[in-house]
Design a protein around this ligand. Structure first.
Ligand code: MN
Length: 264
């Protein structure tokens, strides 16, 4: 029996927020920006959005997808990094924290590419043992990171390390990004590397130092995707990594005969 080589588009699980409806049906909606999915689709991947469920569902879902996109949203609960709540802390969602950390751990264990955006960079840093600034305006030296132009236009520069995969993907060591966050990475987890910062020293990019492809950015590239083509590189690099991971898996499948193919 010849090895199965898959030519299907990579499937990416996109995480969502749980939001109480303020009118109409009394229920919670699972929501996130449609533009995450549109950007993935434009780069050649297929997105699926998942509601926040139990952690067992997280591992099962990760078995069925090729990559994970951790989307933006509420603050990570400070109990997750052993801090008391700062007066500037925003809304938290412990169920979402638990579900996304379970998704992240399962994806890393399976060797899937992971892309974190905004809350996603914070979630990954906390999951790996790092800490967050709970409220950037409380830092005297911080520039404005919660821009008032809500159309997603570029707001501040981010300087990327020259030898980082971000700089290679961007084709530059300076990128202009939007900024819609009041929290940020503080202490970088030991397994991660900060490869991009703003002029105030705030971390805006994290990369994995081992294992499967891992990139996290503090800005919202999906909000600039359609209008600023130079900002597409994080999505492009993610979808390329999905293709590479899949080719590798196909190679392994071609070398190692599947157990299910053997007679009992
Ligand atoms: Mn920023």
């Amino acid at each position: 029996m010849s090895a199965m080589v898959s030519h299907a588009r990579p499937l990416v699980l996109v995480t969502t927020a749980s939001r109480d409806r303020d009118q109409g049906l009394r229920r919670q909606d699972a929501v996130t920006g449609r533009n995450y999915s549109q950007a993935l689709r434009a780069e050649g991947a297929l997105p699926v959005m998942a509601a926040n469920l139990d952690v067992e569902a997280a591992s099962e879902l990760i078995e069925r997808v090729d990559g994970l996109l951790l989307s933006g949203g509420a603050d990570v609960a400070p109990e997750r990094f052993a801090q008391a709540p700062h007066p500037g802390l925003g809304v938290v969602d412990e169920e979402r924290d638990a579900f996304e950390i379970a998704l992240y751990r399962a994806a890393r264990a399976r060797g899937l590419p992971v892309f974190g955006i905004c809350r996603g960079i914070q979630l990954v840093n906390v999951a790996e043992g790092g800490t967050l600034h709970q409220h950037l305006p409380a830092l005297a030296h911080a520039i404005q990171h919660d821009q008032r132009s809500i159309d997603g236009r570029p707001h501040h520069a981010v300087t990327l390390d020259g030898d980082s995969k971000s700089a290679r993907a961007a084709g530059s060591t300076t990128v202009m990004t939007n900024s819609f966050h009041h929290q940020a990475v503080d202490t970088v987890a030991p397994s991660l590397r900060a490869t991009g910062r703003t002029t105030d020293g705030i971390v805006e990019v994290l990369e994995g130092t081992s294992g499967a492809w891992l990139l996290c950015v503090e800005w919202h590239p999906e909000m600039m995707y359609a209008t600023h083509p130079e900002s597409r590189w994080p999505f492009r690099a993610f979808v390329e990594a999905l293709g590479d991971a899949r080719a590798e898996a196909d190679q392994i499948a071609a070398v190692v005969p599947a157990r299910t193919a053997q007679p009992a």
